[in-house]
Design a protein. Structure first.
Length: 310
């Protein structure tokens, strides 16, 4: 099977490329923005992912496209320009790729979206049938991309699979989770010893396994799936487990979450605080029932991998 993978040097894409390259039946073409070597893979450099990018030569003879590439972090643009910048890559670029994939005869298009399309906080687990409530410009761009992809699917017949993961963790995780790992390794005291929320996460290896399941599973065609480990943790419990698997002491100061939110709001950091203190749960029953998918590694195994140098 010939597979084209975008974002092959990203956090998710690099792990996915490594696993796909270990499967003898798969011939992988890896697309990157900056030239890198990926063992066992044909590597192609595509400098930009936009509405006018020409994918013709890369899509010839491909059967599946897995689109993990996206614009995820924008720092310098003004707030008013954020959504336009996200749309340029995450919407226009993704839809351009999908249209060309359909025209080239690609059978299945797998799109990695975000649980942010559902929202960023809840009181009951999100499901695939909930009304979207995008949290911020990045999630809004992912939601717009999803809507455009469904239109392309209806027009062309290409099989579409959309996966919305919550926070993905693993070795060299970016963003806030990477910061938690570094703080844990350094033994920094943290005022997070009394947080009673519930958050769903997904280990990188679990997400990769779900993506690979969706490559060939007939029931995955034209479906949306939420990803997760199937076990939710409070922020306090997460930090305790991180300390345990890393062999470091857990210095968690029990300060009420309401007080932390109040202080964070005064400092203009309320959104960041809610990512640590609010609840966000996902229900992965659909993937379990429709695909017979079970996350292959436990939360403890996934957290232990975060400290692996492999």
């Amino acid at each position: 099977m010939n597979i084209l993978l975008t974002g092959a040097n990203g956090f998710i894409g690099s792990r996915l490329a490594r696993v796909l390259n270990s499967i003898p039946e798969i011939s992988l073409s890896s697309v990157v923005r900056r030239r890198v070597e990926i063992t066992g893979s044909y590597v192609f450099q595509v400098p930009s992912l936009e509405a006018n990018t020409d994918w013709t030569h890369l899509l010839a003879n491909q059967q599946v496209v897995i689109h993990t590439a996206a614009r995820a972090h924008i720092i310098k643009e003004k707030a008013a320009d954020l959504l336009a910048e996200y749309r340029r890559v995450n919407v226009e670029g993704a839809l351009n790729l999908a249209r060309q994939a359909a025209a080239a005869g690609v059978k299945r298009f797998i799109f990695i979206s975000s649980i942010g399309v559902n929202g960023n906080i809840n009181t009951r687990p999100f499901t695939e049938w909930d009304t979207p409530n995008p949290a911020g410009p990045y999630a809004q761009s992912k939601w717009e991309a999803e809507q455009g992809l469904w239109e392309i699917q209806r027009e062309t017949g290409i099989e579409l699979v959309i996966i919305r993961p919550p926070l993905v963790y693993g070795p060299n995780a970016p963003g806030n989770f990477g910061s938690l790992i570094r703080w844990t390794e350094k033994g920094f005291p943290m005022p997070l010893g009394s947080i009673h929320n519930q958050r769903s996460l997904v280990a990188l290896d679990n997400l990769v396994d779900l993506i690979i399941t969706c490559i060939t599973h007939p029931a995955a065609a034209n479906q949306l799936f939420l990803a997760g480990d199937g076990q939710d943790l409070s922020t306090t419990e997460l930090l305790r487990r991180l300390a345990k698997v890393s062999g470091k002491p857990s210095w968690l100061i029990p300060i009420p979450g309401s007080l932390l939110v109040f202080v964070a709001t005064l400092l203009g950091k309320k959104v960041l605080a809610m990512r640590l203190l609010g609840s966000l749960q996902v229900d992965i029953s659909k993937a379990r029932d429709l695909l017979s998918w079970i996350p292959p590694i436990s939360v403890e195994e996934g957290l232990r991998c975060c400290f692996s140098k492999d």
